[in-house]
Design a protein around this ligand. Structure first.
Ligand code: TTP
Ligand code: MG
Length: 351
């Protein structure tokens, strides 16, 4: 049986800002651009009771919490902390799989007590960075990830094998890894609200309802997840898309929807430190006919404005001709390969 830890920093970007600027401590803050098109990257715990959270448009956040202080993101500072915490993880195991700047899975099966390791890592993170992290410990990725979220902030929660059944049975389905709001609503409509409800469905029935992910859900309901912790996963592209409830019929509305997709993609790009040179726009029409348009830039996208102009240009190259649109998506791909050069150098010197 594996021993898996999931570590996730608390209110990461906001916590770094509060650490570095005492005037922000204890105050409701949002990291993100406050302009008309801005979105909240994250909110401090003081801002969360107002409903301010990641991916919320900044204008809405201000309405919810008038005292909210907006802070411009400082990615270099977050990256530096991310490197510090990764170095700490690697003191305990080579099997570290970062999911984003602030979270990672660790396989610590070779340690006697995973709980003790999690405790030590939390302490070491705090001593090194003056920031808190939450940790979850269990026998697989899915349960460890749920556990790290369970006692946030500054939490440590363990789901030992004997508790898995009862824990999963009582868990609201939206807490399961990978089940977003839209899917949760769909599952709720079937009368399923907890793991126990989900467990009553056969694998076949779940696949019939949800397609391939039905297999995953069947496992989730039983606390099962066989995925390994894989270090250095290489991501080839990063994307975001929206399928509309009602088809969009004109260019103005489409531009508006594109800005939402772009904001989401940008926040993912930053979160995953992803670099890519090719922007791809995907449009699926009302008749399900799908087209893509792409633009390759001379350098990887580093600024929001680059993504903005490239995606707007791509949209302008499409004409609707009386067609409606049911889906719009934006992807960034074509990552430069940072390792090739050093590997080649290495071969040159025969090492
Ligand atoms: P999360 O770990 O999801 O959130 P968090 O660390 O701010 O808060 P929590 O205590 O709930 O873990 O994301 C880590 C960072 O990634 C977050 O601080 C900012 C960034 N981020 C975005 O930029 N956009 C997003 O939509 C999300 C979810 C996160
Ligand atoms: Mg976090």
């Amino acid at each position: 049986m594996r021993k898996i830890i999931h570590i996730d920093m608390d209110a990461f970007f906001a916590a770094v800002e509060q650490r570095d600027n005492p005037a922000l401590r204890g105050r409701p803050i949002a990291v993100g651009h406050s302009g008309r098109r801005g979105v909240v990257s994250t909110a401090s715990y003081e801002a969360r009771p107002y409903g301010v959270r990641s991916a919320l448009p900044s204008a809405v956040a201000k309405r919810l919490c008038p005292e909210l202080i907006f802070v411009e993101p400082r990615f270099d500072a977050y990256k530096a902390v991310s490197e510090q915490i990764r170095a700490i993880f690697h003191q305990y195991t080579d099997l570290v799989e970062p999911l984003s700047l602030d979270e990672a899975f660790l396989d610590v099966s070779h340690h006697r007590s995973a709980t003790l390791v999690a405790q030590q890592i939390k302490e070491q993170i705090f001593n090194t960075t003056q920031l808190t992290a939450s940790a979850g410990v269990s026998v697989n990725k899915m349960l460890a990830k749920i556990a790290s979220d369970y006692r946030k902030p500054n939490g440590l929660f363990v789901i030992p094998p004997k508790d898995i059944d009862a824990f999963v049975a009582g868990l609201p389905i939206e807490k399961f890894f990978g089940i977003g709001e839209v899917t949760a609503a769909k599952i709720h409509r079937l009368g399923i609200t907890t793991g126990a409800d989900l467990r009553e469905w056969s694998e076949q029935a779940l696949v019939a309802q949800f397609g391939k992910v039905g297999h995953l859900y069947y496992g989730y309901a039983r606390g099962e997840d066989n995925r390994e912790v894989t270090p250095n996963r290489v991501r080839k592209s990063l994307g975001a898309e929206i399928t509309f409830t009602y088809d969009v019929t004109n260019m103005e509305d489409l531009e508006y929807e594109l800005s939402a997709v772009r904001n989401e993609l940008w926040s993912r790009i930053r979160r995953h430190e992803f670099y890519g040179k090719t922007v791809v726009l995907k449009v699926k029409f009302g008749d399900f006919h799908q087209i893509t348009r792409s633009k390759t830039l001379p350098h990887p996208v580093e600024e929001f404005s680059t993504l903005l102009s490239a995606s707007e240009e791509l949209l302008q190259s499409i004409s609707l001709h009386d067609r409606t649109v049911r889906l719009i998506g934006l992807t960034l791909g074509n990552t430069p390969e940072p390792c090739t050069e050093s590997i080649q150098l290495c071969f040159d010197f025969d090492c």
